[in-house]
Design a protein around this ligand. Structure first.
Ligand code: PEP
Ligand code: MG
Length: 887
């Protein structure tokens, strides 16, 4: 018979797939002797069996649950439903990958009229017993019976008002008994049934609900965002309840073994005295920092600190731990690898190497390259004075500016329209997740560093400020007030999640810098990786940034971006409008020194590292005004001011726009086809490059130029363009009397080029795979339109697993890359190969490039550090380097 239920002492940490993360860790902690309340785990396989049999728990699983329950009763010496000695349990979800707050939990299960009475006597604390019972009715009714908590809260509020109480602690045991009566009436009215009194019935209904919650809306959204497969299912943990709400010698809290925001190696967390676990996470009461527990309960604190140390050494990673103190006795309820910001991930990884907990290779693997985006973005300029409006807890670092919104749905709508918004809420719940995704940042007026908003925002790398109690939020008026200042819906604020500061208006931001730990981690990555990392940069400023971020060269300089400069556009247009060769030459002669200056700047910034310059690629109409707008202008002028001098020029422009119009410009006169049809353009560009080289040579500065011809599909195209470039080089060499080295290569971005790469490689010193166009031409998807028109729907309906313009399609486009490399190297063994499409900065695609044997990837300057790390991870994973040994 298959085993569907495991007691905690029967499992271990390696059984995550079966027991879920929480269950596996509860088992592991039990086995290493930590004070974990006893319990058992129903496996993820039982969840899948539940769904397979049309949402029913099979008799086999039921029987195993009952056997485990009996053992739990024996072990705890308590019995479910026994009024003289009641066992109360929690029922919690536990997926393989942590999905905090997304699924359901039921606490205090086992409570009924009888056991509540028994508990009251047994604990000599009737108030506690009835408070627990009413909490159970409320939670169970909400989660299992589908009765909205609103009804219970409303009743409680009315009761408090009637009695003149201002808060819950004022309610006596008798009051809670009255409230319970009311609660049971609500249940009867809403469900047409009595609140279930049989604890076994309660238990099985709860297990069903937790299984069902695997497929609730927020869990589905969370899985989609975090790429967690839907077939995994959740485990269910049944665990003896311990109570943090038994008086002032009890409490509950959550703590990280290191600061999850900065990575500093200090215990970091918070707790509440006389409270249950959900009170901390829900953010309803603002908890105290964990360090004050040292004064309030010194022995418990020391025991907790020792346990944290033990767990960190055991798991060799920072842990996120939930604990409860019941009448002075510490219990550990959960441990898991703590979510952390990128900054913290780096610091923890580097410091754990210094502490001898992990080695460098593991440190490299510990940091998710995607997370680094957080650190590679702009932050608030420290030199600009901050007009501080309010200050809350610095829950997740980063800076953001945006209009204030108070509702998650609205944040989503506006965010999807491309508007920058900051979601401001008293607190957030898992139902707000879509709004958090779409907002630039989140601010809450309640809740601590481990509240929902903080945890979720940190996971997403979003700036977040929590517990900013100075903010008096009025959701109905859509405004918040701080002192005398009223901030209305739509008003712009700026926040600094690293300091917790909120400012009115927009504050300038500055470029990021790498911390010392980050630099060290990247040094280790550089020692490990075998794949080069270059940057795509089109001007000296970006090139310098790329150099500072550790790029090993420029993999793509798109020269058309230099043409787009507003001061140059009129000259470019003059060149396009030219009717004779002389006229065109005149314009090109004006452009040449400008391009030369740019090239000199880029070469200089790169200090002798290779620089790949691509000759003009886009269709010429991109440099002319929009046809519709031009037509309107010309028509207006013809009517109102026919003698206007501009008119003639605009009419000429319009004629040219019409001449250049194509049905499929991306498949039209662009790339090397331009070079073949208008050789003088490429000649000018090639000469500008060679003059720049000559100038730098004069200054004694090293240069490694690589000239790249775009959009080649047939070897003859490259042959002609190669000759053109060589001729330009010879001319400049003769004219300047200088000799210089350079390479000539091509982009591979048309399937035919990949398929005939053996022929093309005979004319090329290097290939750079332009996977943006290669994806476009392989799928036949327009890179400009597909995403908006159908690609998102394709992904939603799982027609495609990912957006192929973001993550390289290894099966199709990737096969062409592999073919190109293989064929190319057959005829040209020294051929250099790289990739310069957007995929060059995406971690999965980088791993593919490494495995395909490319020499380098090239990505935007801001993604260079990410690519360096991803390249090192690819080496470690694929060369199976464990420890310092290669196996
Ligand atoms: C490409 O096509 O992948 C590429 C890098 O060139 P561009 O994006 O400029 O077309
Ligand atoms: Mg391209």
């Amino acid at each position: 018979m298959k085993k569907y239920v495991y007691l905690f002492n029967e499992g271990n940490a390696s059984m995550k797939e079966l027991l879920g993360g929480k269950g596996a860790n509860l088992a592991e902690m039990t086995n290493i002797g930590l004070p974990v309340p006893s319990g058992f785990t129903i496996t993820t396989e039982a969840c899948n069996a539940y769904y397979d049999s049309g949402k029913a728990i099979s008799p086999e699983v039921k029987e195993q649950i009952l056997i485990a329950l009996e053992k739990l009763e024996q072990h705890t010496d308590k019995r479910l439903g026994d009024p003289t000695n009641p066992l109360l349990v929690s029922v919690r979800s536990g997926a393989v990958f942590s999905m905090p707050g997304m699924m359901d939990t039921i606490l205090n299960l086992g409570m009924n009229d009888e056991t509540a009475r028994g508990m009251a006597e047994l604990t000599n604390n009737p108030r506690f017993a009835y408070d627990s019972y009413r909490r159970f009715i409320q939670m169970f009714s909400d989660v299992v019976l589908g009765v909205d908590v609103y009804f219970f809260e409303q009743l409680l509020e009315e009761y408090r008002e009637e009695k003149g109480y201002s808060s819950d602690p004022e309610l006596t045991a008798e009051d809670w008994q009255e409230v319970i009566k009311g609660y049971k009436e609500i249940v009867k009215k809403r469900t047409k049934k009595d609140f279930p009194q049989d604890p076994r019935e309660q238990l099985f209904l709860s297990i069903n609900s937790v299984f069902d919650s695997w497929n609730n809306q927020r869990a589905i959204v969370y899985r989609r965002l975090n790429k967690i497969p839907g077939h995994l299912g959740t485990a269910v943990n049944i665990q003896m309840m311990v109570f943090g709400n038994m008086g002032d010698d009890s409490g509950t809290g959550v703590a990280f073994t290191r600061n999850p925001s900065t990575g500093e190696a200090v215990l970091y967390g918070e707790y509440l005295i006389n409270a249950q676990g959900e009170d901390v996470v829900a953010g309803i009461r603002t908890p105290k920092p964990i360090l004050t527990l040292k004064d309030e309960m010194p022995t418990v604190y020391q025991q907790f600190a020792d346990t944290c140390h033990h767990l960190e050494q055991h798991y060799k990673d920072m842990q996120d731990i939930e604990f409860t103190v019941e009448r002075g006795k510490l219990f550990i309820l959960q441990t898991r690898t703590g979510k952390r910001t990128a900054q913290a991930a780096i610091r923890i990884a580097v410091e754990m190497v210094a502490e001898g907990i992990i080695d460098k290779k593991n440190a490299i693997l510990r940091v998710d390259p995607d997370q680094l985006n957080q650190l590679l973005h702009r932050r608030l300029d420290d030199k600009v004075e901050r007009n501080l409006l309010a200050k809350g807890l610095p829950a997740s670092p980063g800076a953001a500016t945006g209009g204030v919104v108070f509702d998650a749905d609205e944040a989503e709508t506006l965010g999807n329209e491309g508007k920058k918004v900051i979601l401001v809420r008293p607190e957030t719940t898992p139902d707000d997740i879509h709004g958090i995704v779409a907002a630039q940042a989140v601010v809450t007026s309640r809740g601590g560093m481990t509240s929902h908003a903080a945890v979720v925002a940190r996971g997403m790398g979003k700036a977040c400020i929590c517990g900013c109690e100075d903010l008096k939020i009025d959701l109905s008026k859509k405004q918040f007030i701080v002192g005398d200042t009223v901030v209305n819906h739509g008003d712009v604020i700026t926040i600094d999640g690293g300091t917790g500061e909120i400012m009115l208006g927009e504050i300038p931001m500055i470029e990021p810098e790498l911390s010392d730990e980050f630099k060290l981690l990247l040094e280790w990555a550089d020692e490990t990786r075998k794949l080069g990392v270059r940057a795509n940069a089109d001007n000296p400023v970006d090139a310098l940034r790329a150099f500072e971020f550790g790029a090993g060269g420029i993999g793509l300089c798109r020269t058309e971006h230099m043409f787009m400069d507003p001061k140059r556009i009129p000259i470019v247009q003059k060149m396009i409008l030219a009717e004779t060769y002389e006229e065109r030459k005149e314009a090109l002669d004006l452009l040449l020194p400008m391009q030369q200056g740019d090239f000199e700047g880029i070469f200089e910034a790169m200090q002798g590292l290779p620089v790949t310059i691509r000759l003009l690629d886009p269709p010429l109409h991109e440099f002319l005004p929009d046809k519709e707008e031009l037509l309107v202008e010309v028509t207006k002028l013809q009517i109102t001011d026919p003698d206007n001098e501009e008119l003639q020029y605009k009419e000429k422009l319009l004629k040219k726009v019409n001449q250049l119009a194509e049905f499929n410009p991306m498949l039209g006169l662009r790339g090397c086809r331009l070079g073949l049809m208008h050789p003088e353009i490429y000649e000018m560009q090639a000469k500008a490059i060679f003059y720049a080289i000559a100038t730098l040579n004069d200054k004694g500065l090293p240069v490694k130029p690589e000239i790249m011809i775009p959009l080649v599909g047939h070897v003859n195209e490259l042959k002609e363009m190669r000759e053109l470039v060589i001729n330009a080089a010879n001319e400049v060499q003769q004219e300047t009397g200088k000799e210089f080295n350079y390479l000539i290569g091509t982009m591979i971005e048309i399937p035919r080029a990949a398929l005939t790469a053996d022929q093309i490689a005979e004319e090329a010193d290097f290939f750079s795979f332009g996977t943006n166009d290669l994806t476009q031409t392989t799928f036949g998807f327009s890179r400009d339109d597909a995403e908006g028109k159908f690609l998102q729907a394709y992904i939603n309906h799982k027609v495609l697993p990912e957006n192929p313009f973001v993550v390289l399609d290894q099966e199709g486009v990737g096969k062409l890359v592999e073919t190109g490399v293989k064929l190319g190297r057959q005829t040209n063994p020294t051929l250099k190969t790289g990739i310069c499409g957007e995929h060059g900065g995406e971690k999965h695609s980088i791993e593919f490039c490494y495995n395909t044997g490319l020499d380098y990837v090239s990505c935007s300057p801001y993604r260079v550090p990410l690519a360096r790390l991803a390249a090192a991870q690819a080496t470690i994973r694929n060369d199976k380097i464990i420890g310092e040994e290669k196996i």
